[in-house]
Design a protein around this ligand. Structure first.
Ligand code: ZN
Length: 305
């Protein structure tokens, strides 16, 4: 069997591994999924295409439901699968098992616009707690009769974010190091900007023949990947630099910085959810710049050092 990509009705297949694109489900909540046929049969992040994934669930052919991290858009169809083993990184498992923990990982303010949005979305899409029982740390290899999947811990976006390297296909799946033009997202309480930077830096140097992410319906060549991941990596520093530029004009409060287009374009900040995410991510940049001794904080006011 060759290592060539074959187009399927729902995505692209490389030997026994099918990447299922979320193209029919453009809502924010959905992400690409992966079906690994074999013994055992594994589905990764079931959330891409309801019809196909519901059919798989009803066929009882899937043995393991694997989540690359706890976010709702990566597991909105988890609960369709019965009599399966749920698996994830041990650090993200508590937030998949319990919505209460999900809340704590996500947001420190239970009344925020983000909290309200999360409640609505979880209710609307019937996203349910799942009894994750198979736990990983990263570094393990999952073997089926046809495929070997090395798990790579890439913390930052979430504490237990995992990438999957399909060894016999020479294909790296980066989940939410998603290479989209929006750049990296780390607006959760449990997100860690320094870990995220280190993870992207490690993945920049990861050599493979094919690269796939959870958002964007395509498979990247090494050349395309290198361009995309360098752009993605540069966002962290560009965001730091924009903050430092503004502070060069004089001391500023977070509220002022958050009114500027630093993470998102200024025009996009009329969306209260984006404005909230920007605020959370800016806070992480400011804390990081203090740790780097580039700025100081006096009460609510930040100054360049
Ligand atoms: Zn995510």
């Amino acid at each position: 069997m060759t290592n060539e990509m074959i187009k399927t009705e729902y995505g692209n297949r490389l030997r026994d591994v099918e990447f299922i694109w979320a193209r029919n489900s453009k809502e924010f909540l959905f992400a690409n999924s992966i079906l690994i046929r074999g013994n055992p049969t594994i589905i990764v992040d079931p959330s891409a295409t309801f019809t196909y994934i519901e059919g798989l669930a009803l066929s009882h052919s899937v043995n393991i439901v694997f989540n690359t991290h706890y976010h709702g858009d990566h597991r909105s169809l988890n609960a369709l699968f019965k009599d399966v083993i749920y698996a994830s990184h041990e650090l993200d498992a508590p937030a998949i098992r319990s919505y209460e923990v999900y809340e704590k990982y996500s947001d420190s303010d239970p009344n925020s616009i983000y909290s309200q949005w999360r409640h609505q979305v979880f209710e609307k899409y019937h996203i349910q707690d799942c009894p994750v029982s198979k736990l990983y740390k990263g570094g393990e290899t999952i073997e089926t009769d046809t495929t070997q999947i090395e798990l790579i811990h890439i913390p930052g976006h979430t504490p237990g974010h995992l990438a999957l390297y399909f060894k016999n296909l020479d294909c790296l799946y980066l989940s939410d190091i998603d290479l989209t033009p929006y750049g990296p997202w780390y607006a959760n309480v449990a997100s860690n900007i320094d870990d995220f930077i280190a993870s992207v830096d490690r993945m920049r140097k990861f050599e493979a023949k094919h690269y796939v992410t959870s958002h964007g319906e395509r498979i990247y060549t090494p050349e395309e990947y290198q361009k995309k991941i360098e752009r993605f990596y540069a966002f962290f520093q560009e965001r730091d630099e924009k903050i430092l530029e503004l502070l060069k004009e004089g001391p500023k409060e977070l509220a002022y910085l958050a009114s500027e287009g630093i993470i998102y374009r200024k025009g996009a900040l009329s969306d209260p959810l984006k404005a909230y995410f920007q605020w959370q991510m800016l806070q992480k940049h400011l804390d990081r710049l203090i740790r780097l001794k580039a700025i100081t904080q006096d009460g609510f006011v930040y100054s360049i050092k």
